[in-house]
Design a protein around this ligand. Structure first.
Ligand code: PLP
Length: 282
């Protein structure tokens, strides 16, 4: 693969970052993941806007302007001939002696790579995924998309060791999110329920698009906390995320959701999400 690092196009084996990089010592870095379908970027404006927001919350500035940022996204797809997959972008505060206080003058480390993945023909769309519930032991600024992802990796590993596909995380009895996706349920009356935005969840770009499309399709949407019990009693459940789009959840802690197969509203939302995002991909 050809990767991008601080203004240079390099073979992945030649892309090196200092052990003094604050992304490495403090997880002092933000990231974004954008899906690619047909060589085009899905929901790019949302991802670049959230990247700017994450940087702003941490007092960092993107080393590239908006035109340059889009240009490197396009170029990395072209250089790697990616038809379907994702772009991973990371910006750390940069390299300096280890000190908890942010140094005043920093030159950010900007890196980007691609990964191929079957985004449209995801086998889990037909089967749905199983999740287990686990406590949400992440920090409380989950609205910032930082690389501080150790707990989500622990949670997803535990789910995998127990034969499940993902974890839904719980705080005070309420579902916050999946380990790396937004969690949603559909009530028996067809209402979509999803956690309201605050510092305890990431403002998912796929979440925002899916809620807009749901409302346009006449589906009632409630943005509020929901409990694990309400989720288990729901007619349908699903995750949203950049590279999985809308992904059915068919069991929680071994209990079937609805009849244990992907639900009709979930399927419809995936279909309209895919259709509208392919039409607006750039
Ligand atoms: N919540 C968490 C914790 C995530 O890591 C992600 C990212 O994949 C999401 C939600 C979904 O966000 P997006 O739809 O922007 O990919």
């Amino acid at each position: 693969r050809t990767v991008y690092l601080n203004g240079k196009w390099l073979d992945e084996a030649d892309a090196k970052i200092s052990i003094f990089d604050r992304g490495y010592t403090f997880a002092d870095a933000i990231y974004e993941v954008t899906a690619i379908v047909g060589g085009k970027l899905i929901d790019y404006p949302g991802h670049s806007a959230r990247m700017q927001r994450s940087l702003g919350e941490l007092g960092m500035v993107c080393p590239l302007d908006a035109d340059e940022l889009l240009a490197v996204h396009r170029e990395i797809v072209a250089r790697n001939n990616v038809e379907e997959g994702m772009i991973y972008l990371q910006i750390s505060r940069g390299v300096d002696d280890r000190d908890f206080v942010y140094p005043k003058e920093m030159k950010p480390t900007f890196s980007m790579f691609t990964q191929t993945k079957k985004v449209l023909e995801n086998p889990y769309v037909k089967s749905g995924i199983s999740v287990i519930s686990l406590p949400d032991w992440r920090w409380e600024r989950r609205d910032i998309k930082t690389v501080q992802l150790l707990y989500p990796t622990m949670a997803k590993t535990q789910a995998s060791r127990q034969g499940a596909d993902d974890a839904w995380l719980l705080e005070d009895g309420f579902v916050t999110e999946a380990s790396s996706a937004t969690a949603h349920i559909v009530k028996k009356d067809g209402t979509l329920v999803t956690r309201d935005l605050s510092h305890v969840i990431l403002p998912g770009i796929t979440r925002a698009s899916t809620l807009d499309l749901a409302r346009e399709a006449g589906i009632k949407v409630e943005e509020r906390p929901f409990t694990l019990e309400e989720a288990k009693e729901a007619a349908e459940a699903f995750n949203t995320s950049a590279t999985n789009f809308v992904l059915p959840v068919v069991s929680i802690d071994g209990q079937k959701i609805g009849d244990g197969t992907p639900g009709p509203i979930t399927k419809k939302l995936r279909d309209i999400y895919v259709e509208s995002r392919l039409a607006t991909a750039i």
